[in-house]
Design a protein around this ligand. Structure first.
Ligand SMILES: Cc1cc2nc3c(=O)[nH]c(=O)nc-3n(C[C@H](O)[C@H](O)[C@H](O)COP(=O)(O)OP(=O)(O)OC[C@H]3O[C@@H](n4cnc5c(N)ncnc54)[C@H](O)[C@@H]3O)c2cc1C
Length: 409
């Protein structure tokens, strides 16, 4: 049996970041990743607040050198009225996080995992984690190549939710069952204000949904549509047909796709919003999508996963110092994760269920509201000076005026 301080299941951005941070602490770390990299993965638009975390692990210069598209902002459009607004990260409440990247995940995830390897993490790849056995003094992962023992196991297995599935804890949000159809295209017309920006366009009634356009430096653009699963099922269309029909029906996206050429195939995913009751227990911890994932409209996934990795690394360090890996040591971690999910969930809920988007695209005349929204879009979710966070999560705040309340419900 192999023995480490920490075993990490999953070598996506969360797992690689956690591995790198723990290796920097001097821990003996093993990552088990079942896929051979490079491999396709969705989740291509990053947020500025993950830049600090990449700087901390030392991978940031490599991300710059790899030549990924730099993203300075996010443009939101109401498809029917063509009202729109570009949110520039430099205008957020915090002025020190002006940019992020748009990344093809095949290359990006490989770069992050290679960096963890260089810092001394042992990577078993391809290798699948099959089961976890926890005893008083160890957490043992079973794999086809034998058992791997550690003081603690981190589940960073993404939407495969290794632990939540075994604990029967994967709770799909009942009123938020979505499907997405997406692909990479050449010749897409990009954001006029800055070709590196993401475009998000909301269209149709609440069952329809929204589009994303994410530009890359190789000239291709990721384009996807997200809609209610029931609406998609009733259409009787294939993912490709649904994608085509949605694009043709859109006022804002159809002109951008007029000369678009699909590279590869249209792909589909469904039921990607879920949570779990517990994010940590005795000798185990869930990080990133393995614990919860919420709708991707604000591109929060990689940020939340790498932020969770940072918080988990701190909690694990305290557990090693105390030689105590019980659930109580991770209570603070659990609370911080719940806060992050709650903030984005409230923001997403406002986007879907209320006329918040109208507030967003007209926020230029309310500069404080606009910079507060920009901060959230950048991932600045632990900023206690952002009253929009207090407002959205039900604690009141400076935006609790009658106009905003009426619009936000
Ligand atoms: C439609 C859609 C659009 C999205 N758009 C964005 C976006 O624009 N920006 C953004 O930030 N996020 C986006 N996301 C979310 C993003 O994909 C995830 O949040 C992000 O990949 C989470 O990283 P992770 O490291 O937690 O998990 P993952 O990236 O899923 O990595 C988990 C890894 O674990 C491995 N694994 C799983 N099970 C096992 C096992 N048993 N043994 C060994 N290895 C295992 C997998 O092979 C995988 O490599 C989107 C998601 C969807 C569904």
């Amino acid at each position: 049996m192999q023995s480490f301080d920490v075993t990490i299941i999953g070598g996506g951005p969360g797992g690689s970041t956690l591995g790198a941070l723990l290796a920097q602490q001097g821990r003996r770390v093993c990552i088990i990743e079942r896929d051979t990299f490079p491999r396709f993965r969705i989740g291509e638009s990053l947020l500025p607040f993950s830049i600090d975390i990449f700087a901390k692990t030392g991978v940031l210069p490599k991300i710059h050198d790899a030549g990924f598209m730099v993203k300075h902002g996010a443009r939101f459009v109401i498809d029917e009225s063509l009202e729109e607004e570009c949110f520039w990260f430099k205008n957020g409440l915090d002025k020190d996080h002006p940019y992020a990247f748009q990344v093809q995940r095949a290359a990006f995830d490989e770069l992050l995992l290679d960096h963890a390897r260089e810092l001394g993490v042992t990577v078993h790849q391809p290798l699948q984690a099959d089961e976890l056995r926890v005893s008083d003094d160890a957490a043992v992962v079973t794999t086809p190549a034998g058992e791997i023992s550690a003081k603690i196991v981190c589940d960073v297995s993404g939407r495969w939710t290794f632990l939540s599935t075994r604990q029967r804890q994967r709770k799909i949000h009942p009123s938020h069952r979505k499907v997405t159809a997406f692909g990479h295209f050449k010749n897409v017309v990009r954001c006029e204000q800055d070709p590196g920006n993401i475009i998000i366009a909301r269209f149709g009634d609440s069952r329809m949904g929204w589009f994303w356009l994410i530009p890359f430096t190789d000239g291709t653009t990721s384009v996807g549509v997200v809609a209610d699963a029931g609406y998609f099922a009733e259409s009787g269309l294939s993912a490709g047909e649904f994608f085509e029909r949605s694009i043709s029906a859109s006022r804002s996206i159809a002109p951008r796709m007029r000369n678009a050429e699909l590279c590869g195939a249209i792909r589909a995913e469904s039921d990607f919003s879920y949570t779990s009751d517990r994010h940590a227990g005795d000798r185990w911890i869930k990080v990133g999508d393995a614990g919860a994932f919420i709708d991707p409209v604000f591109s929060s996934g990689v940020f939340l996963s790498t932020k969770a990795a940072e918080l988990a690394a701190e909690a694990i360090s305290r557990a090693f110092d105390a030689n105590d890996f019980s659930a109580a040591m991770f209570a603070d971690y659990e609370a911080r994760i719940r806060h992050g999910t709650k903030v984005f969930w409230a923001f997403i809920d406002a986007f879907y269920n209320r006329d918040f988007l109208k507030q967003m695209v007209t926020s230029r005349r309310r500069p404080l509201l606009q910079s507060s929204i920009t901060s959230l879009l950048a991932g600045d979710i632990y900023n206690e000076n952002n009253n929009l966070i207090s407002f959205l999560t039900g604690k009141g705040g400076a935006f609790a005026d009658s106009e905003t309340q009426a619009l936000l419900g």
